[in-house]
Design a protein around this ligand. Structure first.
Ligand code: CAA
Length: 396
């Protein structure tokens, strides 16, 4: 009989290069990340050393062309990597996802040649940490309703930025970030502009670090702009195009979070399967009982359904980019379903472990906490449903 974890799910055209990458990342994640995951979760320390090693492997700029310091691979490679890293530790995968999808990708798509060379290269290599800042204390899901402001100085050389942003992944350690802020508040979302920010410049500071339930090694904080002077050449894309850039990028980011959620679910499932085989009760392994078998069957089915939606989103992205279209709905469906699967599977994994699942001695407790954020960040499940339904109904 073929064991469940040996069965190979169908995927979009795996090349030899994908297979080699998958083997290398799986080995790295098992050797270097999995053994430190619990310790970094406990301490909440940012895992800079392993992130730098991921950079050296090309994982911090996986879809970035080689000429800008990246690995020059495709979205499938990105997704396969995210799943493997998330299986070992969700925090590392969050850091990786923001670096790739929310920092490097927008500069790749909307940046000038000079911006690509100056702003992507040091981050894609993992030498510097990149971040993305959209959310504010009073605007999360309603992302266009922001209070921070940027105004052009009299000489027309710099934008002077003021305001406070919140929930910035890697905010406490970021060297560079993409900031979305209002340059013309009366134009509402069409008055938002994207800026490339060097966090070493005067006027930038970091605020409260969030004490989080999960992904605790992925540092999150507020950031504060107090008369930060951003040169006009560091505007990303057009003035007023910021909201479109933020949304375009989130479509790519949501595929990354879907992959992360699937990775967490797979890790929890593997632990539960193992436990169901080992743990004895009433004179037999608990996996021989039908109530446990039902859980195993439902967990596995939801994982494979999630994978199918995720691979569907990768194919939709490839097709959409080839014809200049969007893949918003497919990305939202993958993110919605994978994150809800992660919640379901991690919960059932704890149930299968019984009391041991509630203990920090078993990793399922961490998987459960880490999975929770995937239904919130990069658009809550409610926002994903809104996006999908609006698309189906032809509404805006
Ligand atoms: N791609 C390109 N353009 C898009 C788009 C997309 N996916 N979605 C919307 N747009 C465009 C629309 O075409 C429209 O363009 P026009 O100016 O030409 O009219 C414009 O954006 C406004 O669109 P909507 O009217 O649909 O905007 P809305 O105000 O109703 O909001 C929303 C839409 C889907 C709710 C959006 O605000 C949203 O996604 N909210 C959630 C925000 C989010 O995910 N935040 C997470 C931040 S990152 C994070 O989590 C932290 C981290 O570091 C990990």
């Amino acid at each position: 009989m073929v064991l469940a974890e040996q069965a190979r799910p169908l995927s979009p055209q795996m090349s030899e290069e994908h297979e080699m990458l998958l083997a290398a990342v799986r080995d790295f994640a098992r050797r270097e990340i999995a053994p430190i995951a619990a310790e970094f979760d406990e301490s909440g320390q940012f895992p800079l050393e392993t992130v730098r090693k991921m950079g050296a492997m090309g994982l911090m700029g996986i879809e970035v062309p080689e000429e800008y310091g990246g690995a020059g691979m495709d979205t499938l490679a990105h997704v396969l990597t995210m799943i493997e890293i998330a299986k070992a530790d969700a925090s590392h995968s969050t850091i990786m996802s923001v670096h790739n999808s929310l920092y490097c990708y927008p500069i790749q798509v909307f940046g000038t040649e000079r911006q690509k060379r100056e702003w992507i290269t040091p981050v894609a290599s993992g030498e510097q940490i990149g971040a993305y800042s959209l959310t504010e204390p009073m605007s999360g899901s309603d992302a266009g309703n922001m209070a921070s402001r940027a105004r052009l100085n009299d000489a027309g050389t710099h934008y002077i930025i003021n305001g406070r942003k919140s929930w910035v992944t890697s905010g406490p350690v970021a060297d560079r970030l993409i900031l979305f802020t209002m340059t013309a508040a009366e134009a509402k979302h069409r008055g938002i502009t994207a800026f490339l920010i060097d966090t070493g410049q005067p006027g930038f500071s970091r605020g409260k670090v969030e004490p989080k339930l999960g992904i605790r090694a992925s540092a999150t904080s507020e950031i504060i702009f107090d008369n930060y002077a951003c040169p006009v050449e560091n505007v990303l894309g057009e003035v007023g195009q910021g909201f479109k850039i933020a949304m375009t990028v989130l479509d790519a980011g949501r595929i990354g979070i879907a992959a992360q959620a699937l990775g967490i679910a797979e890790a929890a499932y593997a632990a539960a399967l193992d436990y169901a085989r080992q743990r004895q009760a009433f004179g037999a392994p608990i996996g021989s009982f039908q109530m446990i078998q039902q859980k195993i069957a439902d967990m596995k089915t939801r994982i494979e359904a999630s994978r199918a939606l995720l691979y569907g989103a990768i194919i939709a992205k490839q097709r959409a980019l080839a014809i200049g279209a969007r893949y918003t709905s497919e990305a939202s469906m993958a993110k919605l379903f994978c994150s809800e699967t992660a919640a379901y599977v991690t919960d059932e994994a704890i149930q299968i472990h019984g009391g041991m699942g509630y203990s920090k001695e078993m990793p399922v407790e961490r998987y459960y906490r880490d999975a929770r954020i995937t239904r919130i960040y990069e658009g809550t499940s409610e926002i994903q449903r809104m996006v999908i339904a609006r698309n189906e109904l032809g509404l805006r």
